[in-house]
Design a binder for this molecule. Sequence first.
Ligand SMILES: Cc1cc2nc3c(=O)[nH]c(=O)nc-3n(C[C@H](O)[C@H](O)[C@H](O)COP(=O)(O)OP(=O)(O)OC[C@H]3O[C@@H](n4cnc5c(N)ncnc54)[C@H](O)[C@@H]3O)c2cc1C
Ligand code: SF4
Ligand code: SF4
Ligand code: SF4
Length: 504
Amino acid sequence: MKIEEMIAANRADCSGCEACANICPKNAITMIRDAEGFAYPKIDSELCIQCGRCDATCPALNFTKKTVTELPPTFTAIYDNDKILRHSSSGGMFTALSEIVLRNGGVVFGAGFDKNWHVLHTSARTIDELENLRGSKYVQSQIGDVYRQVKEALKSTSVLFSGVPCQCAGLKHFLGKDYDNLLTVEIICHGVPSPALWERYIGEVVNAHEITHVNFRSKRTGWISTMDIIFADQGHIIIANAKHLYGKLFLKGISERPSCQACKFKFPNTQSDLIIGDAWGIKDFAPETYDKRGVSIVFINTAKGKNFFEQAKLKTNPIKFVDALKKNPRVISPTFADSRREKFFADLAADKDWVSVMQKYYSQDDEKTTKEKNKQQGALYKKNLQEILSPIRQQFAQNVLIVASVRDNDGQKLLVKFFEHNLKNCNVYFLQPKDEGQFVCKENFSGFNFDLKDTVALTDFIKKYNLEGIFVEKPLDFGESSTVIVDWLKNCGLPVKLFKVKTN
Ligand SMILES: Cc1cc2nc3c(=O)[nH]c(=O)nc-3n(C[C@H](O)[C@H](O)[C@H](O)COP(=O)(O)OP(=O)(O)OC[C@H]3O[C@@H](n4cnc5c(N)ncnc54)[C@H](O)[C@@H]3O)c2cc1C
Ligand code: SF4
Ligand code: SF4
Ligand code: SF4
């Protein structure tokens, strides 16, 4: 298949990564914006020599799913410097990594503003130049010829390339091989809004003033999503992203690129050395490391990424991969588009008064579709997590089954915690009676039910989850069912250890 056929069949397959335009030896590909304001490749047939390099380079056309056999080491991290933290969206992870490269005379690529506040990829060779790349810009960043610039820079120096996951994939496919002196850092990505929408927004909504500063993630009111636009005449807009036109349309998934709802490049299909984002939910999983100035989350994908992470000036703390996802599902799963997305863009194209169209969609909330969307989004997240974890489960050295007497949810959690703490790396499954003749086996408390008479199912379960040992609570009191379970335990072929919980 060719890129043009792929796009004609399904626009959502093209992320706009611009790898095809960068690779073309004849400069025959131009990125042209569609009616929604997103850029897609257009081939000039007069210039094209049919070499096929664009098709061979496209990360979407050449996509293959990855599976991982171990989870990436996951950390919270803070660059403990007031000024850097104030100007960074999260915990300053990007600056900490960039400084290593710049100190060694290297070059950093990332998303910055041009003089009109349009967003594009550019480079920084000094700490001062880094300022423009700092901070999230909630707009699709134009790559231009940056992949070519990266390739050129790699001939003589070390390079850090940062961008959304599809851009890291675009760069990797463009380069076609790994470079020891290249570090790729991708940011967790909710999705990217239309550049044309952003340009109209600043042009028409705030155009009464000359803008001197834009910050999509100002920390004036703390580490939340707040946008700050400052004008030359000292006026400014500062308003929570969830409560202003542009930000709300972004968060609701109305203004994003079609590819973002079907994003192919989230973990584990990532192509980068490190993934960075916000440590949302930190108060639940690592409250002692919470910092109101902002905290980063970091996933280490490669040995090179680990090496840089260890060199960076950071306060770090290891956390569980699964905990990090609970309030940040975008690491593995896409945002679903609002059902009004198409109509919104059609209205925008038809109506000259963009502000009133944005206001209409901003104020209308269709609760029913939002609920349905959240439900579907949640189901996809669970499916993706299951897909990532199941091959890894097979790898654990210690998978244990706890057979215990009946206790409430809190009691079960305590017992699981006790085993997880004492058996490092083990995966704990929990079997207890449910009703007479029925057992429920819980893994992180979403259960599998077994009919007690069906000991074959229990045996299959042992094999499927590679169980290596069983801990049985003493005294084993499952009422009338006790003899069946005792017989099964005796014959199951696994080592069985008894344990007793002290009640005082
Ligand atoms: C569109 C978008 C959606 C995001 N969604 C999430 C999310 O759902 N969950 C989450 O935890 N984090 C998300 N982030 C990432 C987060 O907002 C921070 O960018 C990230 O944590 C880095 O923060 P920092 O403090 O390390 O450094 P900062 O200095 O704040 O980092 C800036 C980095 O972001 C890159 N960047 C900024 N804007 C863009 C852009 N438009 N395109 C490509 N790269 C860009 C820069 O190149 C630089 O590497 C998103 C960022 C963007 C731009
Ligand atoms: S086939 Fe070759 S020349 Fe033609 S657009 Fe693709 S890369 Fe360019
Ligand atoms: S290389 Fe990127 S921009 Fe080009 S067709 Fe493929 S996904 Fe789209
Ligand atoms: S959600 Fe996926 S396709 Fe969309 S910008 Fe982010 S990485 Fe690219």
